[in-house]
Design a protein around this ligand. Structure first.
Ligand SMILES: NC(=O)c1ccc[n+]([C@@H]2O[C@H](COP(=O)([O-])OP(=O)(O)OC[C@H]3O[C@@H](n4cnc5c(N)ncnc54)[C@H](OP(=O)(O)O)[C@@H]3O)[C@@H](O)[C@H]2O)c1
Length: 307
């Protein structure tokens, strides 16, 4: 397939691009910078320099191109989101960015559209012990500052899954870890004994970026139109155990415990690391995409973060 990839220079694409090329696909990668374009060329990707937030610029930049599929992996989580506003640029990419890429997909004649979605669309709250399937509804609005994120997550999925112009699929990735910036930052903080573990700690559902990438390749080939898939490890992670394992991987002592309320001045981080308990069922992705994670748990995958 000829694939137009938004977010081609980003974290998941560092794993996705090599897998797409190895599977025989041709990749046209979008980036806003000439440095990004140079990196993409070196990686075997045809670059197009454009900001996906500008519809006119996007349609003009892609004029004359055709594609079989569009993959939307553009986010803007340039630092660990602590406050809600840290996620607003990513919210915009999931709303306006998706709208512009959907228009571009029509112009390109793409028959397939894969979009990046997020496991916390089910809600930043305590979901108990049950593993949520894709039948579980996305969170309703009415949760204050979270509504901004929820509106954009819903908008992203609705625009892609509801389109009659192509087969749209949404991938609800878990929490990325592996050889990627956020994990490297945690390893560095653990070495300096600056990675505290809140008590109580959240339960979240990780996914190694190599496995998020392999699920994306599988979804391009086998994802059903109008369907969302949970793309997560085989087990959710108690974040106290996860952070202890990060420290052990870094060769650092076990992190110290701090009361969870100390994170309240950073409300998003508090909700993420203290107030959320969530686990997802990945059975649909395994059955329908014929996919399985190479790293079934974070304990299997964390050592790769040192590479
Ligand atoms: N599910 C998850 O847990 C999850 C999801 C996403 C990110 N993260 C984490 O967040 C951290 C940062 O990752 P990230 O992927 O957001 O940042 P990143 O690695 O800097 O990548 C962002 C990508 O989106 C592109 N992009 C952003 N705005 C754009 C725009 N307006 N037009 C065109 N392209 C645009 C960037 O392209 P250019 O800069 O080249 O223009 C880049 O390719 C990582 O640690 C990652 O693991 C986690």
């Amino acid at each position: 397939m000829r694939i137009v990839l938004a977010g081609a220079t980003g974290t998941i694409s560092s794993a996705l691009v090599p897998q797409l090329l190895a599977a025989g696909h041709e990749v046209v990668g979008l980036t806003r910078t000439t440095t990004g374009a140079q990196r993409l060329r070196t990686a075997g990707v045809t670059p197009v320099v454009v900001d996906v937030m500008s519809a006119d610029a996007l349609l003009a930049a892609l004029a004359g191109h055709t594609a079989d599929a569009v993959v939307h992996q553009a986010t803007a989580i340039t630092r660990t989101p602590a406050r809600h506003r840290d996620l607003h640029p990513t919210d915009a990419l999931r709303d306006v960015g998706t709208r512009n890429l959907v228009r571009a997909a029509k112009q390109l004649g793409a028959r397939k559209f894969i979009t990046q979605s997020f496991f916390l669309g089910y809600g930043w709250c305590d979901h108990g012990q049950q593993l949520l399937t894709e039948e579980h509804p996305y969170a309703e609005l009415g949760h204050g500052a979270f509504d901004h994120h929820m509106r954009s997550l819903r908008s992203n999925e609705e625009q892609v899954l509801g389109s009659a112009d192509f087969d749209g699929t949404a991938l609800r990735y878990g929490l990325f870890y592996g050889p990627e910036p956020f994990t490297r930052k945690m390893l560095a903080l653990a070495r300096r004994r600056l990675l505290p573990v809140p008590r109580p700690a959240a339960t979240l559902h990780p996914i190694h970026i190599a496995d998020a990438a392999s699920a994306t390749v599988a979804a391009l080939e086998r994802g059903r139109a109008g369907e969302a898939y949970n793309i997560v490890d085989d087990q959710p992670a108690d974040m106290a155990e996860f952070l202890d394992a990060v420290a052990a991987t870094a060769g650092a002592p076990a992190p110290r415990r701090i009361p969870g309320w100390l994170l309240r001045p950073t409300p998003y981080l508090h909700a993420l690391l203290v107030g959320t308990r969530i686990g997802l069922d990945n059975g649909k992705a395994k059955r329908e995409l014929d996919w399985a994670p190479r790293y079934p748990t974070f304990r299997d995958g964390l050592p790769s973060a040192l590479t």
